[in-house]
Design a protein around this ligand. Structure first.
Ligand code: F0G
Length: 461
């Protein structure tokens, strides 16, 4: 390990199965883009060359995981794969009780419905789309308590995901701790650019919340990536293993929701993990209604086995170092070309700063949506808008939320693309950058009611 630390992060695996990629012409891409209403979510995957839409469910599984798939115990109740998963969650995340769900939002739904009463407040370190919506649907009001640095793409704060304890305390003073069922802490913070939370901050938030009687719920979707940043950036953790750091992070919380489609190296799956018996009991009742019996939660036995094995692989140093090393490789190259990106470079993605990239576009002309469309047109590379479209509307006033961050996310699936794909991506972004002044914005012509970014349609201005 010591030796490998000095060398570059070269992929710690070799390729056993390949999936051919399809190249398209600019004409074909222009047609596909128009048919998709300039929304990369509406493109057919078949029309995409390098797919950087998301790191969610797009991971390559290992031979060990595929072998585990053959050992799926598809019993309706008490599948042995459930017990393997339960063991893995206890061992690596440290929670006592496990409720499997089909993916992360299934867990968010259940915990929100159990703990949030109408009229209460749920603080969080920036929002995530599905998490906030489930909190709102349960009658809660989300309140952002992330540090100000998180909203500034140029700030070099090493832990931009940190909770601002003064903001949290101000909320407690205003509404009272009894109106706050829990705080959600995302580790890392997706919408801030894959930014981590420091262990010291988790500890402080925990201490504060214990005093106030407020639960801490981690969104542990990318907690292993957060552990990598703690190891490499926070004093006192350089000699701790990822396993040790992950366990300590989770020890400062009462529960976690998890999208297994990210850190856990699977294509589907998630869970809710808890320490409180009462809440667990209610969750175990509810999962039967919405997901499936409490020993499968909407998953096949084989999916639970793949997730159990993926959890153990995810905390390996060689894996996580190469995973984040690849993202840093792309970010560093773009930075050297003066392409504006969110700094420091995040864990799962490089985020292009669309406001700076296309300064001549107003936010209501959807700069990030436009940039994602132009990158696809240029290269067939698919990325994702994370700006005003994703932020949605204020349910009280009906106006758009105007997030300070207007970003395009180049998200890297784990163990899927090679360094040469990274180079092509950098070249394509640079080509769009070189013709940025001639790029025009978009107008929205169709807007769905919930999570509009998935299905909204646009036309060129
Ligand atoms: N929390 C975070 C931080 C996420 O990034 C996601 C999903 C979820 C919760 C919900 O999990 O998709 O399994 O239901 N993020 C995906 C993305 C969709 O592309 O960032 P899910």
């Amino acid at each position: 390990m010591e030796n490998s630390n000095k060398r570059s992060w070269a992929e710690p695996y070799k390729i056993k199965v390949v999936e051919p990629l399809k190249m398209t012409t600019r004409e074909e891409r222009n047609k596909a883009l128009e048919e998709a209403g300039f929304n990369t979510f509406l493109l057919k995957s078949d029309d995409v060359y390098i797919d950087l839409l998301t790191d969610s469910g797009t991971n390559a599984m290992s031979d060990n995981q595929w072998a585990g798939m053959m050992l799926g115990d598809e019993a309706y109740a008490g599948s042995k794969n459930f017990y393997h998963l339960e063991d893995a969650v206890k061992k690596y995340y440290g929670y006592k009780y496990l409720v499997p769900t089909h993916q992360g939002r299934g867990a968010e739904h259940i915990i929100s419905q159990i703990l949030i009463k109408p009229g209460t407040y749920v603080p969080g370190n920036m929002y995530f789309t599905t998490t906030r919506l489930h909190q709102e649907l349960a009658g809660g009001k989300f309140v952002d308590v992330i540090i100000d640095d998180a909203h500034n793409p140029a700030s070099l704060h090493p832990f931009k995901g940190n909770v601002d304890l003064e903001k949290l305390d101000a909320l407690v003073k205003k509404v009272g701790a009894k109106s706050i069922p829990y705080i959600t802490i995302g580790v890392t913070v997706n919408m801030a650019g894959g930014q981590p939370v420091a262990m010291a901050n988790l500890k402080d938030v925990r201490a504060y919340c214990l005093k106030q009687g407020i639960r801490v719920v981690l969104d542990a979707t990318r907690a292993v990536e957060n552990a990598y940043f703690i190891k490499t950036r926070e004093k006192g953790y350089e000699n701790k293993s990822i396993e040790e750091i992950l366990l300590e992070m989770c020890s400062y919380s009462d529960a976690c929701t998890m999208s297994g489609k990210k850190d856990c190296l699977t294509n589907i799956g998630g869970f809710l993990a808890l320490n409180e018996w009462d809440v667990f009991e209610e969750a175990r009742n509810m999962v039967v209604v919405y997901e499936g019996l409490h020993t499968y939660g909407g998953l096949a036995g084989r999916d639970m086995e793949a997730m159990a094995r993926g959890i153990a692989e995810a905390v390996q140093w060689d894996h996580i170092r190469a995973r984040i090393g690849q993202v840093e490789y792309v970010g560093d190259k773009l930075k050297s070309l003066s392409v504006p990106i969110v700094l420091p470079i995040g864990g799962h993605a490089v985020f292009l700063d669309a406001k700076t990239f296309l300064p001549h576009l107003k936010q209501t002309e959807f700069p990030a949506q436009t940039l994602a469309a132009e990158l696809y047109l240029e290269s067939g590379i698919r990325s994702m808008e994370r700006g005003i479209v994703s932020a949605g509307r204020n349910s009280e006033t009906g106006d758009h939320f105007y997030p300070k961050l207007e970003l395009v996310r180049l998200t890297f699936p784990r163990r899927v693309y090679t360094q040469a794909h990274c180079d092509v991506t950098v070249e394509a972004v640079n080509e769009v950058f070189n013709r940025r002044n001639s790029i025009k914005g978009l107008k929205m012509v169709y807007e769905p009611k919930y999570l509009r970014f998935f299905q909204a349609r646009f036309e060129r201005l």
